[in-house]
Design a binder for this molecule. Structure first.
Ligand code: PLP
Length: 436
């Protein structure tokens, strides 16, 4: 039995190149992070070899005594990391990732074609919250359930709770979803709870982006108000790629959430759990209870604020005017440039972030050429960045935006394709890129 270098040098080389890329770049994608060596060790272990359909003590395969111990430990640590009383809350740690976890909740609580309301994707929501365009039901969630997204108030960049309330009263959803992929502010859980109660809906929070911040109590606690909380485990939480579903043990609206959620995960939508991931997650959740982790999450937020303030000083328009969490959303439209061009230019300088739609983007063209960029602080905070480095990062981004603007002016026509061709050409290399 050979190691990777001998058994498959091709894959080894690709991994080495990706490692180098991760090492040399400024990683600013808000949903990414660098997990610890201890987590990587668990994920790369023999746990991947084992089948264990079912739950601890109730498996469909033999040989699960250690897997049972591991999954029980992971569940206990998950509840402890989020300060939950095991008599009131339970957790399923088997979801393979965030989107499956969300779909599992929908199938647990709803019948096909029941109504849901989540934050619209162009306003910061996630695909799995029910995204659809006027022409197409894009996400499986909007294909199998009836989705009526709520939106931000475009003048403030904050969720329009008044409109959510009015629409919910008319649409009568059975589930309201809090949580987002590109929203720099906290959710008003008490308000959302009131709206859900008034129409007899379940309230779910998808805390994927901010679960590390929730565990460290640096943002509001969704568990006080929600019936179900889902999360990915690989973003601010710094774990392996995976998902979790937390559920209230008390029945809600006549539904036993515990059995509904557990059955939706298996046998509803999944087979055998990924035990290597559950091993890595247990390691991450132990770390998530440490003072170092709390200090890290506080720094994630203060670093992000420093970045936001510097961008504002440089004249940028931020959606909602700033940030309370780990990300900022920059609206580039006032500058006459889009997020795709800026993302591409910054990529060439090993600054990795993503183009992102901003409120007011037109739905048709926004996916490929959206009006903004999303910048996150978790990954570079893991690598030791302080406010000083994040301020310098804002300055680098500013240089990139200036170059993108200059390149755009040099391209005849306005097609993104022509822009991409130009920046790959010798003409671009010969441009005086720094002076304005
Ligand atoms: N929920 C939110 C809020 C997310 O931002 C994401 C991913 O970015 C997901 C769910 C989906 O997670 P995954 O990519 O693991 O399916």
């Amino acid at each position: 039995d050979h190691g990777l270098s001998e058994a498959d040098p091709h894959v080894r080389t690709i991994i080495d190149k990706e490692k180098q890329r991760q090492f040399r770049s400024l990683e600013l994608i808000a949903s990414e992070n660098f997990t610890s060596r201890a987590v990587m060790e668990a994920v790369g272990s023999c746990l991947t070899n084992k089948y264990s359909e079912g739950l601890p003590g109730k498996r469909y395969y033999g040989g699960n005594e250690f897997i049972d111990e591991l999954e029980t430990l992971c569940q206990e640590r998950a509840l402890a990391a989020f300060h939950l009383d095991g008599k009131k809350w339970g957790v399923n740690v088997q979801p393979l990732s965030g989107s499956p976890a969300n779909f599992e909740v929908y199938t647990a609580l709803l019948n096909p074609h029941d109504r849901i309301m989540g934050l619209d994707l162009p306003h910061g929501g996630h695909l799995s919250h029910g995204f659809m365009t006027p022409k197409r039901r894009v996400s499986g969630t909007s294909i199998y359930f009836e989705s009526m997204p709520y939106r931000l108030d475009e003048s403030t960049g904050i969720v329009d709770y008044d409109m959510l309330e009015k629409t919910a009263n008319l649409f009568r959803p059975k589930l309201i979803i809090a949580g987002a992929s590109a929203y720099p502010r906290d959710f008003d859980y008490p308000r959302m709870r009131k709206i859900a109660d008034a129409v007899g809906a379940f309230l779910m929070m998808d805390m994927a982006h901010i679960s590390g911040l929730v565990a460290a109590s640096v943002v509001a606690d969704p568990f006080e108000y929600c019936d179900v909380v889902t999360t990915t485990t690989h973003k601010s939480l710094r774990g392996p790629r995976g998902g979790m579903i937390f559920f209230k043990r008390e029945p809600v609206l006549g539904v036993d959430l515990e059995s509904a959620v557990n059955n939706a995960v298996f046998p509803g939508l999944q087979g055998g759990p990924h035990n290597h991931t559950i091993g890595g997650l247990a390691v991450c959740l132990n770390y998530a209870q440490s003072p170092e982790f709390r200090a890290y999450q506080n720094t994630v937020v203060s670093n992000c604020r420093a970045l936001a303030n510097r961008l504002i000083e440089l004249g940028y328009k931020l959606v909602s005017g700033g940030t309370d969490n780990h990300l900022v959303l920059v609206d580039l439209r006032p500058l006459g440039i889009d997020g795709a061009r800026v993302e591409k230019i910054l990529d060439m300088a090993s600054i990795t972030l993503n183009k992102n739609s901003v409120p007011g983007d037109s739905c048709d063209k926004s996916a490929q050429v959206p009006g903004g960029i999303r910048i996150g602080s978790p990954a570079m905070t893991t690598r030791g960045f302080t406010e000083k480095e994040f301020i310098a990062t804002a300055d680098f981004i500013h240089e990139g935006v200036k170059i993108a603007l200059k390149a755009k002016r040099s391209v005849s026509g306005s097609k993104l394709q022509d822009f991409m061709k130009f920046i790959g050409s010798p003409d671009f290399a010969l441009m005086d890129l720094v002076s304005e």
